[in-house]
Design a protein around this ligand. Structure first.
Ligand code: ATP
Ligand code: MG
Length: 347
């Protein structure tokens, strides 16, 4: 549906915003682009939309090479990070604008705009101008405008970033349902990993203009391919502890664990706090430490154990918090552990 081949974008001044992107997004797929600020997410969307010309590479939409086509001939609708709605038009005219470009008669476009506005709770605001709307309301107008024009492809650049936490969750569910119903191929940019995990059929994690890992939310969460992805994904970062194999066993942060790796091998041992249990008695397969911090997560508590020079985090169920300052042992669930060497997942 959308296929990108060898896409690069070098801005004047030598910034490599995109560095050899190869990607295929399937028909009707909800695809999320996730990555830290400045990694090239907006540039990639703008390039797909035709607002930036790639330095090299090709873009196909529905088998058609659109690399040199102007934005108006690509049948994509983009919602921008800064909304870009027209300040001199009221909400109805903003939403109906793409229909006006398509020469849809006035009465029909007003009805359509009102329908879409209703699904986004904008009915009361149809006569207002953007200057009279909050940031979250402007963002919904921008979404409504994209939806009203029924494109082949939606490109969303952090479309929920200006909504408050509750509205953001509602809008997320709404967007997911809408995308299912319309089955429009969607590329969705976010730097919120929870949003990407919740919404996407597949996720690409980007860093410095490259795709580090592409996979389903569970691939990315359960088996991050690199330590960069491992530390980026998850509401609490993965524990990543250096270890060495000696005498046929893996020695990590005071624990001795079984391994099939050869002696002398250095690794980083990765295990999520959610997949680590807390023991109040000593055991050889656990990381010893002292309870240093307790953070309330609502239905659970994040416990930080301090050992010589590092911290290990464990999620314990509500009511099972250990007292501060007491000794504790973090027991990794070994079937959930991941081993990294030189930043790459090895097992
Ligand atoms: N017009 C431009 N000229 C020069 N450099 C640019 C231009 N636009 C973006 N860049 C640079 O390209 C890189 C990627 O920028 P981009 O806006 O795509 O990042 P992003 O992933 O969308 O970040 P954010 O999460 O902050 O929105 C950055 O280093 C940025 O400074
Ligand atoms: Mg951006």
């Amino acid at each position: 549906m959308i296929s990108l081949h060898g896409l690069t974008k070098v801005f004047p001044g030598g910034v490599h915003a995109l560095d050899g992107i190869d990607l295929t997004v399937a028909d009707g797929e909800f695809f999320a682009l996730l990555g830290p600020s400045g990694c090239g997410k907006t540039t990639l969307l703008r390039t797909i939309a035709g607002l930036e010309t790639p330095t090299s590479g090709t873009i196909r939409i529905n088998e058609q090479d659109v690399t040199t086509l102007p934005p108006g001939r690509r049948d994509v609708a983009m919602v921008f990070q800064d909304y870009a709605i027209f300040p001199h038009m009221n909400v109805t005219d903003n939403i109906a604008y793409p229909l006006r470009i398509k020469k849809v008669p006035r009465a029909e476009r007003t009805t359509k705009a009102a329908d879409v506005a209703a699904t986004l709770s904008l009915t009361e605001l149809l006569h207002r101008r953007p200057g009279q709307l909050s940031g979250g309301q402007q963002q919904r107008v921008a979404l409504a405008r994209a939806i009203a024009c029924h494109p082949t492809v939606f490109l969303f650049d952090e479309p929920l970033s200006n909504l408050d936490a509750r509205l953001r969750l509602e809008a997320r569910t709404f967007l997911k349902r809408l995308q299912r119903d319309l089955a429009v191929t969607t590329v969705f940019v976010t730097h919120d990993q929870a949003e990407a995990l919740a919404l996407a059929d597949r996720i690409a994690v980007m860093s410095q203009g490259r795709m580090i890992q592409v996979g389903t939310p569970s691939d990315i969460f359960q088996r991050p391919a690199t330590t960069f992805v491992a530390s980026f994904i998850g509401s609490t970062p993965m524990n990543l502890l250096p270890g060495t194999v000696t005498g046929g066993a893996l020695h990590v942060a005071g624990a001795v664990l079984p391994t099939t790796l050869p002696d002398g091998q250095d690794i980083l041992y990765g295990v999520r706090p959610e997949y680590t249990d807390l023991s109040t008695t000593e055991r050889p397969d656990a990381f010893p430490g002292t309870v240093a911090v307790l953070e309330n997560l609502g239905t659970a508590t994040l416990v930080t154990l301090e050992t010589d020079s590092r911290f290990i985090q464990v999620v314990v169920p509500e009511g099972a918090e250990p007292p501060l300052g007491t000794p504790g042992w973090a027991v990794p669930r070994q079937n959930r552990a991941l081993l990294y060497h030189d930043g790459q997942l090895i097992s």
